[in-house]
Design a protein around this ligand. Sequence first.
Ligand code: NAD
Length: 368
Amino acid sequence: MSGRSYKIAVIKGDGIGPEIVGSAIEVLLKAGEKFGISFEFNELLAGGCAIDKYGLPLPEETLASCKASDAVLLGAVGGPKWDTADPSIRPERALLGLRSGMGLYSNLRPALLFPQLASASPVKDTGAVDILIVRELTGGIYFGENGSYKSDDILADGTVKGEVAYDTEAYSEGEIRRIVTQAFEYARGRRKKLTLVDKANVLRSSRLWRSVAKEIAPSYPDVALDFLYVDNCAMQLIGRPASFDVIVTSNMFGDILSDEAGMITGSIGMLPSASMGAPGTPGMFEPIHGSAPDIAGTGKANPLATILSAAMMLRWGLGEAEAADLIEEAVRKTLDAGYRTPDIASGDESEIIVDTNKMTGSVLSAIG
Ligand code: NAD
């Protein structure tokens, strides 16, 4: 027992957020006990509940406390109640504010197909899918210069242009270097294959990604680097998903491809994620799904994505790989035993359909 202690900022958020984060906290406490790890959980408001209380989605105190913590565990924010709010105070602004305020420039999205859930995958005979998508999070077209203007110019077929809107995909060498280096490191700790996904046949910014990656590659002679155009990658993810190890890509391509890869794994309720910044700074760990207002309070929420996000927090955020392994193994055992929340049920009669609490209880028992 080494008696390590961590300060965790907890943002439960809206909808099913409080239910699934509650599950993850129970699991963290139980796994922590086994390794002499203790946690100080500091509950903070962000998203719709913060709008209700303070009139804004990301109170200053929440951001400051997150930055002062060892890691942030987040449920999900948003819901129909705030859909008509002014865009500047929509719940989702809290996520953007946390990403930029905490300097979280890379988003890690594992797409792991649990063999027990293979029948839930829309892609058949996939083999062992275990992909880590590393998406750049704070640059590119979502943050580049944008604008709109009126134009009286005439198109070749005689149509008047009218309103013109543009968004700019811009990346600096530094932004590319830090995330590609991170991706090489992750690949080194896995199956040692890194695929850079881009559109280098068309985009100049993609060609910069390629040249920076080629410059870094000699420092990682043990990692095989290859390149794929994004349109081809979209096909290959369906055709041969098991052949991918780590994929690194820009903000927009990563946004799209990580959803596609997630779909291959069967359920949105199983997918964790991590957002990381510079080494030594706190990361943020959350399920990829939203606040699922349609099932909030019904006990139908699958807590496993959040429990697996807590495992990612232990592994990537706190350097507690053994405790992370224990939680991931407990999730596998729970699935092996046949426990399923409704979202991952296939209809097979060997399955035991359970609610959020029972699923959590089963993971806790598997931890032992
Ligand atoms: P969603 O991910 O919340 O739900 C999509 C579907 O998946 C729903 O049918 C839902 O019931 C189901 N689902 C999601 N998580 C589940 C779980 N753990 N267990 C079982 N079923 C689950 O997406 P949405 O409906 O498009 O969005 C709802 C709200 O969440 C919106 O306000 C949206 O803006 C917000 N949102 C937040 C985040 C975030 O906080 N990171 C991400 C996406 C969407």
